[in-house]
Design a protein around this ligand. Structure first.
Ligand SMILES: [Zn+2]
Length: 463
């Protein structure tokens, strides 16, 4: 049995004792289960993923763009990001697979034995990162996808199990987020390409050109609906639920939708000493009152999964002795149901209007982003759960609060997602961590589910 910690990564945070106990119990159970032949295994289940190779490739990828503090710095279309993509292409070719970087910057990998017209089971995630992010976010799902495809290819079964591994480009949003998966799903528009810039004002077109890519080509990678049989993604939870409960794996039921607004409340700048309180039009007062109302708005109009965040705020003129004339802030609201999300939007608008009216302020907002919630396919949820139960583990269903590439691919194919526990719920930092045994479990489960889905596919084709 290998150690828990991969050698080149930072030390993991301490495990809470309760979880450690549950964990040891599960490991014991899992080890026992692994030593027995899988029940109901068909001849097709013969290929097996190589956990040691999976860890080695994970470590090799985690060395690209790794900073001194252990964080990973691979924002989309930077040299680090492209180095990781080129490395992935070479790694795949070294295994006898066909690999290329497509017009959107996605790495697409197949076995040469895969029939070109067969609907594929697409396995993927992303290898770009947020600035100074973690080693698991995205990368883990791509490395598992590559390992599963390799196992099927090496067993000579790629014709019966058409599987494709993908690393999507700009999932993390240097240029708006989920660029590569939007392109594949046919949701990317020429306007998106023309208008996308990063926070420094660098245009998407320029950033891609600097890496030898033509952004216009991103419009040509869209897939037909019937070309993708199913899409499966393994991803860290990026929240504390699984870790807190001591559950080693999660089955995603739906991915929350969201809206992001840029809001401005506008009043009047006055002297902090000479303007009486009742004669002020204090923009910050409006912001503060609205922030205080958010919990009530969520409770009255959202589901249990509803969350809202004001993550950025600025005041003008921004002096200690001036009443703020303008309060500009971001509003990010997420919920798992489309209707509720609409209702939340209407309720937030009404609340802001009422506050502005009472306080003599003007209220403006721009919609920055809107993403529809997406349910995972029941068929895929069940396939994942079967693979989990086979290992003596009770499946834990949960929604995803974070957006993922799967959400975009849902436009053209049924989607499924597997979550691994994030120790301490930490993500988007050097502290991001998933116990290696949990990565191995997720890889085994994803492998079984992918085999089942792709086998079904060939059966359908033969009919
Ligand atoms: Zn991610």
């Amino acid at each position: 049995m290998r150690g828990r910690i991969s050698p080149i990564l930072p030390e993991p945070p301490h495990m809470v004792p309760a979880r450690a106990e549950v964990y040891d119990h599960m490991m014991q159970q899992r080890t026992e289960n692994r030593s027995e032949p899988a029940s109901g295994a068909s001849a097709d289940s013969a290929p097996k993923i190589d956990q040691e190779r999976l860890r080695n490739t994970f470590d090799a990828l985690a060395a690209i763009g790794r900073e001194d503090d252990g964080s990973i710095h691979r924002p989309a279309f930077t040299d680090n990001d492209m180095e990781a993509r080129r490395w992935l292409v070479e790694e795949a070719k070294g295994r006898g697979l066909e690999a290329k970087i497509d017009g959107a910057g996605n790495v697409v990998i197949r076995s040469p034995q895969t029939p070109p017209d067969a609907p594929v089971v697409m396995l993927g995630s992303h290898t770009d990162s947020v600035p100074h992010g973690g080693a698991f976010d995205g990368a883990m799902g791509v490395m598992i996808a590559l390992e599963i495809l390799t196992a099927v290819h090496e067993a000579g079964l790629a014709d019966k199990h058409p599987i494709e591994a993908v690393s999507f480009s700009d999932e993390e949003g240097r240029f708006g987020g989920m660029l590569g998966s939007r392109a594949v799903a046919g949701l990317l528009t020429p306007a998106d390409i023309a208008q996308s810039t990063d926070l420094e004002g660098v245009r998407l077109k320029e950033a891609m050109k600097a890496q030898g890519l033509d952004a216009e080509q991103a419009l040509r990678v869209a897939r037909r609906r019937d070309s993708v049989r199913a899409y499966l993604e393994v991803h860290p939870e990026q929240g504390p639920v699984l870790d807190t409960e001591g559950a080693p794996i999660g089955v995603v039921t739906e991915i929350a939708g969201l809206f992001k607004w840029a809001v401005a409340l506008k009043g009047r700048a006055d002297h902090a000493g000479s303007a009486p309180m009742h004669l002020r039009a204090d923009a910050f007062g409006g912001l503060a009152e609205f922030a205080g109302e958010i919990p009530r708005l969520l409770e009255e109009h959202g589901t249990d999964a509803a969350v809202a965040t004001i993550g950025r705020a600025s005041l003008r003129p921004g002096a200690a002795n001036s009443v703020p004339a303008v309060a500009e802030f971001s509003l990010d609201v997420r919920d798992a149901e489309s209707e509720t999300l609409k209702e939340l939007g209407a309720a937030m608008r009404r609340a802001l209007s009422a506050i502005a009216r009472r306080r003599g302020l003007m209220f403006e907002f721009d919609i920055i982003e809107e993403i529809e919630p997406r349910p995972c396919s029941e068929e895929m949820i069940e396939a994942i759960e079967r693979a989990i139960k086979k290992r003596g583990i009770e499946p834990r269903r949960m929604p995803s609060g974070a957006a993922h590439d799967a959400q975009m691919i849902a436009s053209i194919a049924p989607i499924g997602m597997i979550f691994t526990p994030s120790v301490g719920g930490r993500s988007h930092s050097a502290a991001e961590w998933t116990q290696w045994e949990d990565v191995e479990l997720a890889a085994d489960v994803a492998f079984d589910a992918a085999m089942e889905l792709s086998a079904d596919n060939t059966k359908k084709k033969a009919e």
